[in-house]
Ligand binder design. Sequence first.
Ligand code: PAF
Length: 288
Amino acid sequence: MTTTTMTAPIVTTRDALRAQVAGWKAAGARVGVVPTMGALHDGHLSLVRMAKSACDRVIVTIFVNPKQFNNPEDLEKYPRTERDDAAKLAPFGVDAIYVPTPDQIYPDGFATTVSVAGLDTMLCGAHRPGHFDGVATVVSKLFLQTGADQAFFGEKDYQQLQIVRRMAGDLDLPTQVIACPTVREASGLAMSSRNRRLSPGGAERAAMLYPVLRGMADALSQGAGFSGLVPQATEQLQAAGFDEIEYLELRAASGLAQMEHADRPARVFFAGWIEGVRLIDNVPAGPA
Ligand code: PAF
């Protein structure tokens, strides 16, 4: 028996997308969106799976957003794999792939920035100035252009998830933000489009990150203070090949305030460099 899967229609303009969505909504459909920058991996596909199970119609957006790159070389090097991405999405039966041309998102004279004060200055925000303004700006446009009822984001980018949720709430956008668990390789390494830039050995060593973070979370749940755990964890991560650690912090799961004891829901956050590749990860700590 042969099975054929159809690739979803690719829509490139806001007006064509809106006309499509209006038809779905008129028929009473609940619409979900999975915003991406392409280079899809199993982490993205798990968001698509969640969207398909919660919504009647699903749009995947693919837009490499120049406003969230603070390094022009990074933007240039970002993989553009639209054809492969469409093929990966085919088995899921998504209803549209929205690949806007840049003018659909940032028309001539575009002058607005959406900025979520407070949540964007720590963790990744402290190391990538302007990054979260770029994310909040493009995501607010994608919510408004798709008119989605629900949007699906991974917990791997936990700070992004918090910022997007705050932005949607503050601006009364009708899109509900749904958090989806981090998807990991069998080794424990969190899935990311950056992983493909690691050598096989580097990927193996980078996988040490997850047990180190989990170990910290376990010790926190037994009452340890966070600052006492940092030196040993740093040593383990350096031994694994992380030659720069940008941050290793315990923060509140909601609001991201810094913490010493996991006496309320928290997350251990990490960002660091291995083989010239910046990786981030986080795990829950303390009461659920
Ligand atoms: O997580 C991403 O891939 C991007 O930051 C997003 C949410 C698609 C906005 O460009």
